[in-house]
Structures are given as structure tokens and as C-alpha cells.
Design a protein around this ligand. Sequence first.
Ligand code: GLY
Ligand code: MN
Ligand code: MN
Length: 441
Amino acid sequence: MLPFDTRRQKLAETMRAHGGGVAIAFTAPEVARNRDSEYPYRWDSYFYYLSGFPEPQAAVVLVADGASSESILFCREKHEEREIWDGLRFGPEAARERFGFDRSLPFASLDDELPKLLADRPALWYALGSDETLDARVHRWLGAVRAQARAGVAAPAQAFDLRAVLDEMRLVKDEHEIATMRRAAQISAAAHVRAMRATRPGCHEYEIEAELLHEFRRNGSQFPAYGSIVAAGRNACVLHYRGNDARLADGELLLIDAGCELDGYASDITRTFPVSGRFSGPQRTLYEIVLEAQRAAIDATRPGARFIEPHDAAVRVLAQGMIDCGLLAGSLDGVIESSAYKRFYMHRTGHWLGMDVHDCGDYREPGPPSDSGKPWRVLAPGMVLTVEPGIYVRAADDVPAPYRDIGIRIEDDALVTASGCEIITVDAPRRVDDIEALMRG
Ligand code: GLY
Ligand code: MN
Ligand code: MN
């Protein structure tokens, strides 16, 4: 059975537990870049999670009733001329068979079909309030159903947020997703190795970016999962650096945050290494602090732990390291309590990872808040999150001179297992000796 089929069945079960109804998920629109040219097409993650269908102008409809359910794919019809220009379209019949739907219909018939499908159903499940065009469309369908009231037809009395259900499902990866994410992680790790090998003083950040893209693409990845950050020297202190056009100077560090998307799944790796192949003393001091913080965070990434525990573990190591090397003064508890460490570490240690690089899923437990707010989410096997501590020292008069303009982040992707976590990005070296050996060789 296709994984998409299994997911649709699981969704139907949840819908039935709430009395049943009709769910609808649209894929993403095509977006113009400039005249006659479009951005590379990327389907909607929720839609693809339920369908595996790659074409634009499509929607999944799931009808869950009593003990049965029906899955329907709306998609573009075959069109010889358009296919000559733009390539193959499955068309409803072939798509139904290939993607395992019970039924398929032309996308153009959607507004006629939905009022029929919604007649006498108790509820509608869709991305509630996420898009004005969709809300207006739902409004029209419901109006069309209500217009038949005198014929005894009832319109859905309830609406549920489809995304909330799918977010929970997507938070825990199934076997198919884990296999894809492992492969994406391996490709990205190989790209980081390739980048380390290619780096030398005098080349440009964009040349190294090209090495990453080359490795992604030659292994079948369709896109980078996000804009690659290739940041030399002080550029590494800009968290979302986008320029990628500076020259690499001897003595600088190079921070690369880049990961590929493979068959819809993201990977997200950061490595920081010396342009010359050898860390200087101060670079190594800060690097070892970040690496130790990552070790502590990885140890804290296990089932039963709360989402924030790896972050708290990393912050303790980073803050102590900042005190030890003279970036901060005071006691460990003091600099944590006052948030003084945030001057050099201003982001969270991780995020969910999946179809989206900052993946869906609540970081807090579901349910209403108690007096102390909502507790952080408890980690469970099958969840995937990044572990990405860093230290960023922007130049300033009150900062010890040897550390000025150094930015370091080390980021890996962790799959929570039954006993702890598995780092699926280990193929990219992160120990100082391993990096230096690779760059020498
Ligand atoms: N590359 C985005 C992030 O690390 O969150
Ligand atoms: Mn990340
Ligand atoms: Mn990243």
C-alpha cells in the first residue's frame, strides 16, 4: 500500500472519531517570477502528504462516513497542446490508478462537485482561515448546499481545521518519511564534505555554494530545502546571511548552513571550518564550546524529554564557555537568569524538521493551558528535530580581541528513537581533528 493511502485512512479514522465529514486539501498555486517565467513549482506539503501527486491545480477530497471512506483526486485533464509545451499531465484516470485514489475528477469540475459532496455531511475539514480565496470558495460551496434546504438537504454544521490534524500526524514520521529523510541527510552531508574539500583562500562564497548545489543535484535532490548560507568571517554573525558573494580570506572561518530537499523532505546541516584548513587557537576555543554544547543537547534528545531540554542543556554549556573564555563575567546561573548569554547565542537550539525545513507541529503539548501555561512537547520516537547551537561574536570594544567577528554554528538532524536519538547527518565531520584531516587530504 502507498504511504499516502495509509495516511488518508488514518485521517479518515480521526474524522470518523469526530462524527465524519468531508476533508479538502488544495495543492499550491504556480507563482510568476517575471514575464513568462515561473518560480520552480513546489506543491503544498499537506496536499502532497496525502496524495504524492506532483502537478499543480489539484485537490484531495476525503469523504469519511460511518465505517467507510472515499478518496477523490481532482486534477487537470489531459491536454495535448499544453503537454507539447509543458510536459506530461497524468489526467484523472491515470492519476487515480497511479496514486491509489478511489475516484478522480477534472479539477475544473471542483466547484460543481463540492456542493454535492457536502450535502448532508456533518462537517467540513479544511485549512480553516489560512487563505482568503479558499475561505471565499468554501463560503460559496456552503451557500450552494444551503440553497437546497427546501429540498431537505442539510449543509455541514461544523468546520474543523484540517491542518491541526495533519500537523499532529506529520510530527511523527512514518517509515517512508524516515527513509527519505535519511537519504536527504546523506546527500547534504556529502555536499558539506565536498564544500570543505573545495574551500581555499581566495575563492568566493558563491563558488562554494555551487559545490553544494552540484552535490545536491547530482544525487537527485530537486531543490535546496532553503536558501544556502555560505558565510565567511564576520558574515557568519548574520544569522540569515544571503549575500554569498564575499572572498574567503586566509585565517577566517567559513560557516555553511545548507541542506537539500529530496522528494519533498528537507535536511538542514551547518558546519563551520577554517578557510585555510587549520583552526586558530581562539577559533578552536569557541568551536570546542559549541561542539560540547551540541553533545550535551544531543544527550538530552530522547523519548520522554521535553522539547526544551536539549536547548537548556546547550545553553548551560555555552554560557559556561562564554564565562571561561572571558566573553561574559558572572556566575553560570547569573548569566542564564539575566539572559546575558543571548548577546552571543540568540536563537533556539532546534526546530522540527520534515517536509518543511521549519516543520509543522506544536512545540507545546496539545490541550488548554494550565496556570503555568502549556508544557513543552514531550519527545517521542519518530519525531525529527535539529540540534544547532552556536556562538556569534560581533566585533565590539568590550569583547576580547581574539574572538571578534567569529561566528560558529554546528547543526545536525536528530531522529528520536526508542532509547535516545540517531543523528542522521553524521557523515559530515564535525570534530576539529576530523575536519582538519579531511581538508589536508
Ligand atoms: N537553515 C535554517 C535553520 O537552520 O533553521
Ligand atoms: Mn535549522
Ligand atoms: Mn540550518
